[in-house]
Design a protein around this ligand. Sequence first.
Ligand code: SF4
Length: 350
Amino acid sequence: MTEAMPAEADAVPFLSNIGLLMTYKCQVTCPHCIVQANPHRKEQVHPDEVFGWIKQLRAYRDGWVRIIALTGGEPFFDLGLLRAVAEYAQGCGLTVTAVTNAFWASSVEKAVRVLSELTAISNIAFSTDVYHQVAIPLENIRNGVMAATLCRRPYVISVCTATKRDEAYLAIVRQLREFTDDDHIQTAIALPMGRAAQELGWKAYETAAEPPRSACTSSSPIIFPDGRVVACIGPLIELTTPHPLLLGDLRRESMGEILERAQANTILHMIRVWGPHKLVTLIRDAGLGGYLPEQYIASSICQTCYHLLSTPPLVSFLTELAQDPTWQRTTAYGRAYYLEEPEMMEQLGV
Ligand code: SF4
């Protein structure tokens, strides 16, 4: 393999961390929300189904999955459901993490009360940014952080922005530093897609004529309330049309079948080993360059990935590419060599 910038072995092994979208409900209607959550949405996981899915997760390859990440919408919207799911997952031996906008942390006392009820959740990610703050003040994040500290719960604060040069983003980071340190602050790049396409626009981004050349290190699958499993929790989750990173449907097949097939998903592992730019090169070589974007967001490989998987002629090309035995073997070898993951080679018998 001579490709530029192949991936290195992930800190979190493939499929060891699975997301669960608990609900599409949220108190806020942020413009950059990739799942288009809002207070009026009704869809959420049902205990009858979700406990079975968690049990199957734990059974996959006898404990391969270690972490379940509860997300939404706002998973704390229904505290009873959150507690039931978190306790069930913990009882199955999974580490449980949750992301929240901290709407429930209106005072330190209240936040401590909530966290004391949720002992099964061992790590918390607080989300904040200029959009959240329209409805949820930074004071709630401060209260949540103090409560997490008092309850000895590790936490991070994720701040979403179109660009790290944005003044409002920088102001939030300065305010966060008044009560936490940089090790607890992460930045997430919001992309102009879905509902965010109208609100964010492209002007805020640094763009380039070529896609960024990084590999994807963030592809942890996520389960939706309707049973769909998608390969990552990034912008792909808002796609409603079929694409190669739609891994399966838990209402039609078992978790084991879906995750085992993911182990040999050629397109997913090409993105993990070399990055979406590799697919862009193959698309150009196949004479399909006219379907590629004219510009790419310099700071995000996900925009490239989203474009490829939401453009029907490119989806057809990638679906065919995934069946090509040479690329299957090359990808399996790349996965074993660069990521130290032999599972695809084992499945293909090479
Ligand atoms: S590069 Fe693609 S697979 Fe990876 S996190 Fe981004 S959208 Fe998901």
